[in-house]
Design a protein around this ligand. Sequence first.
Ligand code: KIV
Ligand code: ZN
Length: 524
Amino acid sequence: MTNIKQDRVLIFDTTLRDGEQSPGATMTHEEKLEIAQMLDEMGVDIIEAGFPIASIGDFEAVSEIAKLSRNATICGLARANEKDIDRCWEAVRHAKSPRIHTFIGTSPLHRAIPNLTMDEMADRIHETVTHARNLCDNVQWSPMDATRTEHDYLCRTVEIAIKAGASTINIPDTVGYTAPRESADLIRMLIERVPGADEVIFATHCHNDLGMATANSLAAVEAGARQIECTINGLGERAGNTALEEVVMALKVRHDIMPWTTEVDTTKIMAISRRVATISGFPVQYNKAIVGKNAFAHESGIHQDGMLKNAETFEIMRPTDIGLSATNLVMGKHSGRAALRSKLKELGFELSDNQLMDVFVRFKALADRKKEVYDDDLLALMRDQSSEDGHDHLQVKFLRVICGTEAPQSADLILSVDGKDHQVTATGDGPVDATFNAVQKVFPHQATLALYQVHAVTDGTDAQATVSVRLEEDGRIAVGQAADTDTVVASAKAYVQALNKLIVRRQKTAPNADVKSVTMRDAG
Ligand code: KIV
Ligand code: ZN
């Protein structure tokens, strides 16, 4: 094997490609740049920044990330054709260290889609990897659905890709079908049988359909793979991809039995996990390994007693290892701007003076209503960002709901649309439905509600509720998130925030459209 030391495992993050591909997880251009910067700073080796041919947006995001990255190799995905590969190269070529990742489905089911014979596919692999290699000296090739591909054919295709110049061979378990022993055997078989295998790096790319992605990835490393493909929080289609935080922390904590290292600064894990959860609108499950809210919570009396005597009694890693502060320092209405800035920095937010001013005003308003403001409250506050063009077309000015045991419930709403206030009353099946109907009355739209989720941020009856709303309109998806001690107010704000994002996206796709005429045609 060339390039890397035997004890080093490369971390290839595909949050912005395979993760973002998962339905509903769409990120804006700015959000992608922000995540890429965090990945670059935390020591990820390769960032798969997107699929440049997929859309202009994808292309622009990959190009920009390539220009801005300081440390990581920037990779783009391309199908097995010249057009895809050329477009991918156009985007990644700006990077200090660019990579083209090209793939084709090699299993019987996937071969049937382009209707290629085994020989025709073999020729296609030779041609496309050669083409990519003529553009870029760092080429990764993947036989999609490798774990369901006949071994002889898999060996044949991998050999062709290596001979054509691929320096990384990625072995995807596209449908999350394999199991640890099989995952290891497959890598071992390829390394033993394929001529030239010792000249390349084998990568493992697992999906989590059977909950085995982390185990399968680590088993592949045991067998000789030296690149793990993964995403933050395990974001990805269906049950997701291998979670970066899990493989990185497993290698760190159990270095005694898995003696491979990564360059990831694990203290940055929590901050990026929170950002990805916020941006994607996919919350992290409470008992998720490493980054779940309860991953370091010790509730039972026996555990707490043991923890107080010696943290190692029940803790195999320290919260600070992943960037969780050792103390959940409570903020309150007497906390000043400097304390807020430093707390937010710890939580992964570097704010400009203007941004801090805005957050500080909202923090004070919250602290007035809620005695103790915890980390989670601040994170919820940070989720309450304004719309993508920095100007909210719609703003909730006033909301009062009347609810009780008798239906229907009603909502009085003042919604400002581009600075002009509109007052309406609407009824509905419950206070949230009534509120959304009121918004619809002021601002008629076709967007459908794809997700509505409420979480209590902290404990207690004065806890804030954080609400996520996902709207869909003509294939565009927008996520709004807001927090408030009043669940219905949080719902209204989240709904309106998602609408604001849709308006911005509409304008981006039809830049000459007048927002008012597009959006206000029937406004009351
Ligand atoms: O899961 C998969 O097979 C992929 C490939 C494109 C590498 O994501
Ligand atoms: Zn995948």
